[in-house]
Design a protein around this ligand. Sequence first.
Ligand SMILES: [Zn+2]
Length: 226
Amino acid sequence: MTQTEKSHIEQLKKAAELVRIDASKLTPAGYMKLQEDLYEFVHGAGIGIVVPIKNLTDKELRNWKLFPELFVKEAIDLLKEQLGKIAREEGGFTIQIKELSGAQIELRVKDKSSPFTTHLATESVQAVSYALFQHLAGSGLIGDRIQICRLCRNVFILGSHARQDHDHYCSTRCSRYAATKIYRAKAMLKAGKSIAEIAEQFDLDPKWLEAKLKKSRRSRRQRKRA
Ligand SMILES: [Zn+2]
């Protein structure tokens, strides 16, 4: 993994955390951190944000490294929607940014001894969406590394080192909680409950639970034989 890929993956992991935040419940300091994180997410993808000055607060006019408050909710909702769609897709797909408005393409050169770079700047919400695309494309990750947690249904990013044949959860908390649920599900299965009943009680996908329970029975048999 290159340094660039690593930084894209870090931004993707951060985005998966950002979409879980309820912005209306943040303290002023927490909210400002969210604005900084969103700015970093966009800036880190090499994308600029076009915002009419009238849409900026006084604080944002003084500190331009803040994502504009006016667009925070919309941007987070879109990020959540797109990450969820990417994680849920079973095969190939295309996602578009509709009607790229206010887009500007710039050619830049720092000084006469520097190379040229091109730079796209768009309206705030579209910039977040395009940044997501750029981080994904630059991350070197394959499609199925964007996953939905079996337990809490949050989107999370599975690092490229993680084994694909193992079950993964968004957090150690969910992974421990899953182990407890499966342990209890096994006991209930023994006591005569059906998989459908158990899945409903624990709010789990029945197919997945069935595979889980079968797998653990199989591995027990294999251990006995060994
Ligand atoms: Zn989870």
